[in-house]
Design a protein around this ligand. Structure first.
Ligand SMILES: [Zn+2]
Length: 311
């Protein structure tokens, strides 16, 4: 029913309980996509966990060992801001496997979405800000290792800067990192992406979309990726508890369409990952993420129509 695959597993849920990070959102997004008839069960692929070899292309052996053996220090766990458990670690390996699978499918089908991922604050040697394993970086490094791609672009519209992405790919000419985020928000200090767009508190739809368009134009002028990894983020929403921008649900839909329009202009494959979303009502977070999938569907169908009309 969808013109591309969704990657999902019930085990994506980190089971954090009453935490500001609503990790049950993965299950709710999957459920809503099926219940509302946007997706059929055959559109959904189950991922397998990333291998340690995959994880170690991005993260240090010391950090990986601490995660697996449960020997992180209390301050290292505090920095993650989510409780440590073996199950949580397993879910992170699975989410990274999901982004790898989405990357592979996108290269075959033009699009794919991991209904998780976008853990853009994870750094090579530590986790922070609810992010333990940088699934997007793991996927890029795997596609490069398999010689499926050389050049990738990360477009990160989560309200928080993608500092882990910036650190991992610093000085790497083959990976262009773009982050548009609220300047006066976590993380402090910010790392340096290839292109950072610092927004003022309270930026609304019109300003946001104009600024994003200008920078997407510049980014795609300077760099032609073989794949785009979209770290979507539902948290630029004006009702977000951890964000200070003022986008509406309609504005966020336009954001998604804008990103997809640029990415697909040259037919570049696109991988969607979800990243953050902490709306006062979890239902709004689910709506914003579902809308991202629907924006991709609309763009994919439009593209297919255009190709057909051309023949
Ligand atoms: Zn965020």
């Amino acid at each position: 029913m969808l013109p591309f695959k969704l990657v999902y597993d019930d085990a994506y849920d980190l089971n954090l309980g009453a935490h500001v990070f609503p990790s049950q959102k993965y299950r709710l997004i999957h459920k809503r996509l099926l219940e509302e008839g946007h997706a059929a069960p055959e559109d959904v692929l189950k991922p397998s966990a990333a291998s340690d070899e995959d994880i170690l292309r991005v993260h240090t052996p010391e950090y990986v060992e601490k995660l697996k053996k449960g020997t992180l220090s209390p301050s290292e766990i505090a920095r993650m801001e989510i409780p440590y458990s073996r199950e949580m670690v397993k879910a992170c390996w699975l989410a990274a496997g999901g982004s790898i699978l989405a990357g592979q499918r996108a290269m075959a089908d033009g699009w794919a979405a991991n209904l998780s991922g976008g853990f853009h604050h994870a750094c090579p040697g530590h986790g922070e800000g609810f992010c333990v394993i940088h699934d997007v970086a793991v996927a890029i490094r795997r596609l490069q290792a398999d010689k499926i791609i050389e050049r990738a672009m990360v477009v990160d519209t989560d309200v928080h800067q993608g500092n882990g992405t910036a650190v991992i790919f610093r000085g790497d000419e083959n990976v262009f990192t773009l982050s548009i985020h609220q300047e006066n928000n976590y993380p402090f200090p910010k790392a340096h992406s290839t292109m950072d767009i610092d927004l003022e508190d309270g930026t609304g739809d019109a300003d946001y979309l104009a600024i994003l368009e200008k920078h997407l134009h510049k980014a795609f002028e300077h760099f032609s990726p073989q794949i785009v990894l979209f770290v979507a983020g539902a948290d630029p929403y004006r009702e977000d508890q951890l964000g200070g921008l003022a986008l509406t649900i309609e504005g966020l839909k336009k954001r998604d369409a804008l990103v997809f329009g640029y990415a697909r202009r040259e037919g570049t494959p696109v991988v969607i990952t979800l990243a953050g979303g902490y709306a006062r009502a979890v239902g709004d977070t689910v709506t914003i993420h579902v809308n991202t999938i629907l924006a991709a569907r609309d763009e994919a169908l439009r593209h297919a129509e255009a190709v057909k009309a051309h023949k």
